[in-house]
Design a protein around this ligand. Structure first.
Ligand code: COA
Length: 320
């Protein structure tokens, strides 16, 4: 989809924050309970360690508070809270708990698009701003350790917990969002799914194959809508599911791997949190400058995919 309708108010990210549980679980820890090895996990996934613990609400409050602080905003100034998660603490009502604990007085809701959730949320947040909200807090959090079968070596090494948040604010200049895409392929729904109250079921090989395809397709659509190519992208922030998926997607998109933000080695797959965690890492390492083109691309169970091309800091001087 093209970015923002002509005349609609655009948005920029003005603050971000992250939260990871304190408990580190290394591949060597997993070797003690699973028929696996550090060498296998590193070679096949790129993961060395992951963080486990906390609740979706507690991690969200920590990352959300940090994002508001960086944006210099007090809680009453936030107009909407969007929480992307596939592991809410309760069947319903997790976002309102986060709203309460952050001291917000705005509406709050959860959004579940599996590991694509943060990018779905990002585009929805731009939509809320186009419809009149001034400031939106978007949090992506997952506690996948709660829905992982720790006796299954096919999934246990992959999944983990974490949270990342951004504040979006309306801008009188051009929006940062230049192009976006949402995708879903329900014919692949049996490849990666979890029953309510159950654990993750996954056909890893087939998910891998389709993941690269659906990610690349979505990213290409966003870049086409934005009128840019892989050459123009300064930083790609992909979903952190497997380093080999990231490598294959970068290759097909003509974006060198050096221009990808990668945190999977230390976080594992944190679903809705993986893209904001990787975005924050790139920002904190000074790898994204004002005016850079940033491509966010996620995929996940369902299967879903979503991508967005951002001009970091917004299109200065352009009319909204
Ligand atoms: N430790 C050691 N050996 C393992 C293992 C583990 N944790 N898991 C599987 N193996 C073995 C298999 O039994 C198989 O042995 P065999 O050749 O004797 O039959 C061998 O390793 C290869 O297994 P395979 O499943 O083909 O490995 P793979 O290269 O496809 O890697 C995944 C498995 C799960 C890492 C990979 O398929 C993947 O990442 N898929 C995508 C999953 C994903 O991203 N999910 C989330 C999406 S949001």
């Amino acid at each position: 989809m093209p970015a923002t309708r002509p005349g609609a108010t655009g948005a920029v990210i003005s603050g971000w924050g992250t939260a990871l549980p304190e408990k580190v679980v290394t591949n060597h820890d997993l070797e003690k309970t699973l028929d696996t090895s550090d060498e296998w996990i590193v070679a096949r996934t790129g993961i060395s360690e992951r963080r486990i613990g906390g609740s979706t609400a507690s991690l969200s409050v920590e990352s959300g508070r940090a994002a508001m602080e960086m944006a210099g905003l007090t809680p009453e100034r936030i107009d909407a809270l969007v929480v992307a998660t596939t592991t809410p603490d309760r069947q319903w009502g997790t976002a309102p708990i986060i709203q309460r604990d952050l001291g917000l007085s705005c509406g709050a809701f959860e959004l579940n698009a599996a590991c694509s959730g943060f990018v779905y949320g990002l585009v929805n947040a731009h939509g809320l701003i186009a419809m009149g909200a001034e400031r939106v807090l978007l949090i992506g959090t997952d506690t996948l350790s709660r829905i992982t079968d720790w006796n299954d070596r096919g999934t246990a090494p992959l999944f983990a917990d974490g949270s990342g948040a951004v504040v979006l604010e309306s801008t009188p200049h051009g929006s940062q969002l230049l192009g976006w895409d949402f995708d879903a392929d329900g014919s692949a729904s049996e490849l990666l799914w979890a029953e309510v109250g159950g654990t993750v079921n996954m056909d890893g090989k087939e998910v891998f194959r389709r993941a690269v395809r659906i990610m690349v397709d979505s990213a290409e659509k966003s870049m086409r809508h934005a009128g840019v190519t892989g050459d123009d992208i300064s930083m790609i922030v992909p979903h952190q599911a497997n380093i080999r998926i990231i490598q294959a997607a970068c290759e097909r998109l003509d974006v060198p791997l050096e221009r990808a933000s990668v945190v999977i080695d230390r976080t594992g797959n944190t679903s809705s949190a993986s893209i904001p965690l990787a975005l924050a890492a790139a920002l904190e390492d000074g790898r994204i400058d004002h005016g850079d083109l940033v491509l966010l691309v996620g995929f996940g169970g369902g299967m879903t995919a979503a991508s967005a091309v951002l001009r970091w800091g917004g299109e200065k001087g352009a009319s909204a």
